[in-house]
Each structure stands twice: as C-alpha cells, then as structure tokens.
Design a protein around this ligand. Structure first.
Ligand code: UDP
Length: 439
C-alpha cells in the first residue's frame, strides 16, 4: 500500500503536538526569565546600596526621629497589578530622605526602572489602554521622568510607558538608571517655580511646551498675524551680550524659544524650572505634521547648495502631503537678496524657515521683515543639515543626558570648539553673575 505523504498520520500528529508543547514551554520559560532578570537586578542593586549606605541611612534615620519624632513617612500609591503600597521616605526634608525607597525596591513594591508610581486619584483618571502600565512594577526612574527633567518629553506619558513595556531589558534598565542619575544632577529637584517667561541677560525667553509652540505658530498663520521666532541656546545668549543689534532683534521678535540643555542648567542656577527644551530640530517634524494637516506651506531657505533640496526630499518621504512651496540655498550675493525675497513671496508660503546660523538669520529676517510675505518666519540654524542627512543627529541616549553639544563638537571640532569649550563656561559664569545681581 502506498502512503500519501500529504495526509498526516498519527505519528505526524504526535510530532506536531510535541513541537507545539515544546514551543509553549520554551516561550513561557523565556518570558519568566525575562521577567526575573530585571527583578534580580533590582534585588541585588537595592541590597548593595542598602549595605553600602548603611552608616548614612542610620544617621539619617536617627536625624529623622530626633527632628520629626518619626523615622519613616509613607505615601499611599498604586503598584503592580493595581495593588496599593506605601512608598517610604525618611522623616524631615533634609538630604537623603528619598533613600528609604530602596526598601520598597528590595521588597518588590517598586523597581529601579518602570512607569512612574501613581496615586489612587491619578489612577481613577486613566483610560483602559493606559492600564498596561500596571503589568510592570512602578519605577523609581522612568523614561518619561528622565525626559521631562531634561526637557525633551515631547510625547505623552502613556506613549513613553508603552514603549518601555515593549522594550525593557536589564541593559536598558541599567542605562536608564545611569542617565536618570546624571539627569537629576543636571536639572535638580522638581520643586522650583515655572515662570511663563525666562530672563537671561536682557533676553526674554518664552517658557512653554512643544505642542503649545506649534499651536501658536499655526494660529499666527490662521490669524494672518506676522511673527518672527528665534531659538536661543547659550551661544546665542553669549552673542546677544556683545551684539546690541542682535539683542534688539531678539527683543522685537514675537517669540524667543529655549534651545538646549544649557538653558535648562541656567534655569536651575536661577532657581526656576524650564518646561521644555523647545529647540528647532525637535519642533520641525511636529510643525511639518501640523502644516500637513492644516494645509500650510513651507519655504526652506539656507544651508549649502543642495542641502535644502535634500531635506525637502526627505520630508516629502515622511509627510507625502506636506506642501513645500520652495527651497533655496543660503549662499548668495547681497545683490541677489531682492530676487530671493521675490521668490519667497511668489511661492505664497505660509511659513519661512531661514537656516543661516545665529545671529545672521535673525538679523536677515529683521532687515526684510516688512518685505516678506510668509506669516511665520523662523531662524533654524543647522536644521537642514540634519534633515538632509548631511549631519547625523546625536543618539537619543546622548540627548537624554544633555550631551548633544558634545556630539556637535566631535562632528565639527574646528568650528565648534570656541562655541562650546569657551562659550559654555562663559554662559554659566554670566548666569552666576546675573543671579548675584538679582540677590
Ligand atoms: N549658512 C548659510 N549661509 C551662510 C552661513 C551659514 O546658509 O552665509 C548655513 C550653514 O551652511 C549651516 C547653517 O547656516 O547649514 C548654520 O549652522 P549652525 O550649525 O552654525 O547653526 P546653529 O544651529 O548651531 O545655530
């Protein structure tokens, strides 16, 4: 009798069953191990820190008992699988109060890395999709918290939590803890006021979020209210200290926005909080997305020949319906200016991006303010170099610890060393002087 190989016999069923069983066992064990690894890391690190810091913790506990009558305070929070727990903290608000949280981590109420723990009241406001965060232990450090500290939390907390849920590894946790400690050192505690305007050496910077900044620009176009926008980093503020013309142009701009970790550190020195690092490079894709939705058009002016075109091609790949009314490089003779202004106006663009570097772009925009038709005009520095692919942007982990400037320094040391190696300390010195005068 001939056996038809396409018809599965009893042996095939048995083999299939064994294979399926093996796969389930293998997958479940892998999942269990993956889950156990971050927990093992938490137990070892919390235990190590508790032992290493034991003398300090003992002194801290005695100090708490003497000053407040209580060694530990406890705050009710919601943990993994929505189980309530008490987050511990030493009494009194002297340094090291938060070290008691190591006990929460050791017993498994919390992890070093995970979504921020929430109060019952916050949990009651969550949507069902946001419930995914409860499959993980709440963390002492979360990616969202880190980015908020550094001022680059442009996505909402749920997106950040979900990304963390799908990508957590022990290596990732170690990196997050290390970056968070650095972030805390740079940006400091949370308890500082957040004024609507930040003052640095006579320049007023709007303290706002990325979403609000984009909304504001779109509204200016909708209301046909011309507006110049400048992004300033410590280098720009250093230039403004010497260049009166530039300082006046910044004062006359409808908006000046904060760019970079230097402004965040400056804010910390002045005792205030920066809401977000609203730099042109991170704002640009969000602006393109909104412009596409609203049907607004962009004109890209600046950078070396071919760069604005390449950036525009990349943008078309990413936002196929985005209207780019025109592009033009930033190296032209003074006599060509009239022709370029005409080209921009004839394109009927709503938003003009000028990338000549600071202060040249701001001075050029101010000089041609009354001739230019696009409603919103932005000075965007090296933006097209990044979006054309000519210069790669710093990796996210570097941006999360405020080291994007080091990346730029390594990319173009000859041009950038003065800006960063002399400019950064000079900026901090100037902020310190301003602080002394204000006191
Ligand atoms: N640039 C220009 N015309 C000039 C001088 C500079 O278009 O006359 C361009 C230059 O090619 C670069 C940008 O302006 O793309 C300046 O970049 P930089 O990194 O200095 O700007 P930042 O973002 O640091 O202000």
């Amino acid at each position: 009798m001939k056996i038809d190989p396409t018809i599965p016999g009893p042996l095939a069923y048995k083999t299939n069953f064994l294979l399926i069983w093996w796969r389930i066992w293998f997958e479940q064990t892998a999942i269990l191990l993956m889950d156990m690894l971050p927990r093992t890391f938490d137990i070892f690190l919390s235990l190590f820190l508790l032992i290493a810091l034991a003398p300090i913790l003992l002194v801290r506990a005695i100090a708490a008992k003497v000053s407040t009558g209580k060694v530990l305070n406890a705050e009710p929070l919601v943990g993994r699988f929505r189980t309530p727990f008490w987050r511990l903290c030493f009494g009194g608000d002297a340094l090291g109060a938060k070290f008691a949280v190591l006990l929460n981590i050791l017993v498994g109420d919390m992890a070093f890395a995970g979504p921020r723990p929430m109060t019952e009241e916050e949990v009651s406001r969550l949507t069902p999709e946001q419930g995914i965060r409860f499959t993980l232990r709440p963390g002492l450090f979360s990616p969202y918290r880190l980015r908020r500290k550094i001022g680059i939390a442009y996505d909402n907390e749920t997106v950040s939590d979900i990304n963390f849920y799908y990508s957590e590894t022990v290596k990732g946790d170690v990196g997050l803890v290390a970056r968070s400690v650095i972030g805390d050192l740079l940006a400091g505690g949370d308890l500082r006021p957040t004024p609507p305007v930040l003052h640095f050496f006579g320049v007023d910077i709007v303290n706002t979020t990325m979403d609000e900044a984009v909304d504001w620009m779109v509204k200016r176009v909708r209301d046909s209210a011309p507006a110049s926008v400048a992004f300033v980093n410590p280098d720009c503020l250093n230039i403004a200290c010497k260049n009166e013309n530039y300082r006046q142009v910044l004062s006359a701009a409808e908006r000046v926005l904060p760019d970079g970790i230097g402004i965040n550190i400056g804010c910390r020195m002045l005792g205030v909080s920066l809401l977000a690092n609203v730099n042109g490079t991170d704002l640009f894709p969000r602006l393109c997305e909104r412009a596409t939705k609203e049907g607004l058009s962009l004109f890209l002016l600046g950078a070396k020949p071919g760069i604005a075109e390449a950036a525009s091609l990349n943008l078309r790949g990413r936002f196929p319906d985005l209207r780019i009314a025109g592009v033009r490089d930033g190296f032209f003779a003074a006599e060509e200016t009239g022709q370029i202004v005409k080209e921009i106006n004839d394109s009927n663009a709503d938003i003009l991006l000028v990338a000549f570097g600071a202060p040249k772009q701001e001075l050029w925009l101010a000089e041609h303010r009354d001739q230019l038709k696009p409603c919103v005009r932005l000075g965007v520095g090296g933006l097209f170099d990044f979006y054309s692919g000519r210069l790669p942007r710093a990796p996210v982990w570097m941006r999360e610890i405020g080291l994007e400037w080091t990346w730029r320094l390594l990319q173009e040391p000859g041009r950038m060393w003065r800006r960063y190696l002399i400019g950064n300390p000079l900026f901090l010195y100037r902020v310190w002087m301003q602080k002394r005068k204000e006191m």
